[in-house]
Design a protein around this ligand. Structure first.
Ligand code: HEC
Ligand code: HEC
Length: 186
């Protein structure tokens, strides 16, 4: 082998080795922290209007937690919103509906959204995220006294009480601190 070809081959081999290890590393760690933090998460909320109006009473849930049909149903009955009147003027309601639908679990592909969609029957339009099969299953080891019986949490819908980075879209268990209890170790 002449020197030029040898150098070329060595460079090629290094490139292949590097890219293979990068792929393997990304695959192993893509739901974890460090440089790949936030890659297995839902995109954060980008609509200021949505954050202000729908974050007034509770955490502004990322649109990717529910399919478009759920958001449309919810936005069509805001006067009876979980026992509250959350009605909006028509312009805000339409703008927020457009945002939620455009970013919904079945419109914008995302790993988490895919898992959520798999846990919802096609003919259903659930309004709660906290009781979706996928979410309920993730929380079934947490005793009720730490959720409903915990004055600083109150409800499984209060994601931000425990998921300290929920606003960024990061929901992995290593970001959880349950008020009055602490970090969650499996
Ligand atoms: C006036 C207060 C209020 C406003 C404003 C409000 N909500 Fe709610 N929302 C509630 C209450 C109360 C619940 C039930 C919370 C619970 O069970 O802990 C709820 C629950 C929810 C849930 C289900 C949570 C779960 O997973 O159990 C979603 C999703 C939701 N709201 C979306 C919205 C959207 C979208 C808007 C804006 C259009 C909005 N909310 C505005 C009071 C409000
Ligand atoms: C009482 C505290 C608490 C509340 C409230 C809560 N979670 Fe969690 N969540 C946890 C804990 C603890 C875990 C880890 C459970 C385990 O690993 O057994 C978890 C796990 C998860 C996971 C799986 C993460 C992973 O690494 O696989 C998701 C997704 C999630 N929660 C989303 C939500 C959403 C969305 C809400 C609000 C609708 C919410 N959680 C409300 C405590 C909470």
């Amino acid at each position: 082998m002449n020197r030029k070809i040898f150098t070329g081959a060595a460079v090629m081999a290094t490139c292949v080795a590097l890219s293979v290890s990068t792929i393997a590393f990304a695959d192993r760690d893509d739901d974890k922290r460090g440089i790949f933090k936030h890659t297995g998460t839902l995109p954060a909320v980008t609509s200021k209007l949505y954050a202000a109006e729908c974050g007034a009473c509770h955490f502004a849930y990322q649109p990717g937690w529910l399919p478009a049909r759920s958001w449309q149903k919810m936005m069509g009955e805001l006067d009876q919103h979980f026992g509250e009147n959350a009605e909006l003027d028509q312009e805000s309601r339409q703008a927020i509906t457009r945002y939620l639908v455009a970013e919904a679990a079945d419109v914008k592909p995302n790993r988490k959204s895919r898992k959520i969609l798999r846990s919802i029957n096609k003919d259903e339009a659930p309004l709660r995220i906290s009781t979706l099969r996928y979410i309920a299953k993730k929380h079934d080891e947490i005793p009720a006294r730490l959720i409903a019986g915990n004055a600083r949490v109150g409800s499984a819908a209060n994601c931000l009480a425990c998921h300290t980075e929920a606003s960024t879209g990061y929901f992995d268990d290593d970001g959880v601190i349950i008020p009055g209890y602490g970090r969650w170790e499996d």
